[in-house]
Design a protein around this ligand. Structure first.
Ligand code: FPP
Length: 236
């Protein structure tokens, strides 16, 4: 018998638990982030192989600037290194890399690396990896509203403006999120993609992100398969 899974088009992951993964092993928190970055690469490739079209991940929130300077610097250096080297593998697989978030407060080399990776992968068609970096969900809605207000000032007619139309004002015009996964045991949204999550299914696991492997990802897909999505209507 052949099983055909109903694969979510857009999956988002809150990659939590890197720090605890490291502390449990007596390692520095940075080791957890490094291991998490390796997991991200594996999961992104696997998600695309499974037929997911867009994978959005929370790599650094606007509020993460409240952490120790050492940890913030580590994450900034990690993203630069990643974009300048490791993403070649994703590029070869035809994955387009997008980055969502504000560039304010980011170092010039980080901004440059973000620009380069998006430029280098812009014509790729096999899937999208959307990395949310210096990102906040409320901030994204504010930034979109400002852009919309500017267009209204320029004469945009908003008489029949729909919630679908608002997507065009977000950092990238991506489909709504079908499945949100949060690793690390907490059950909250933490200011992540608030507009895009409106009708998504949630999957929480205690597994720390560095240990979140392909079979863990598949468990979330199986759960999604069995959810009854009604979008506010009734299934008869
Ligand atoms: C939350 O875990 C995780 C982060 C703040 C960073 C996530 C970053 C990665 C997975 C690295 C991949 C990024 C790149 C370079 C593309 P936490 O540190 O809050 O963990 P804790 O809750 O156990 O302390």
């Amino acid at each position: 018998m052949v099983f055909k899974l109903n694969i979510p088009k857009h999956v988002a992951i809150i990659m939590d638990g890197n720090g605890r993964w490291a502390e449990k092993r007596g390692l520095a928190r940075s080791e957890g982030h490094l291991e998490g970055s390796k997991t991200l690469e594996k999961i992104a490739l696997h998600a695309m192989d499974m037929g997911v079209e867009v994978l959005s991940v929370y790599a650094f929130s606007t509020d993460n600037f409240k952490r120790d300077k050492k940890e913030v610097d580590y994450l900034m250096n990690l993203i630069v290194k990643y974009f300048n080297t490791k993403f070649e593998k994703l590029n070869k697989k035809g994955i387009k890399v997008l980055v969502s978030g504000r560039t304010t407060n980011l170092r010039d080399d980080v901004i440059e690396a973000i620009k380069n990776v998006q430029e280098k992968t812009k014509d790729n068609k096999e899937g999208i990896l959307n990395i949310c970096f210096n990102y906040g969900g409320q901030e994204e809605i504010i930034d979109a509203s400002i852009k919309l207000a500017q267009d209204i000032n320029k004469g945009l007619d908003i008489t029949n403006f729909t919630r679908e139309d608002f997507y065009k004002y977000l950092y990238h015009d991506l489909p709504p999120i079908d499945l949100l996964i949060r690793t690390g045991g907490e059950q909250r949204v933490s200011n992540f993609m608030l507009y895009e999550l409106s009708y998504s299914e949630f999957y929480f696991t205690n597994t720390y992100f560095p240990d979140f492997d392909k079979s863990e990802f598949n468990k979330a897909l199986f759960m999604y398969e069995n959810r009854d999505r009604r979008f506010g209507g009734l299934n008869k």
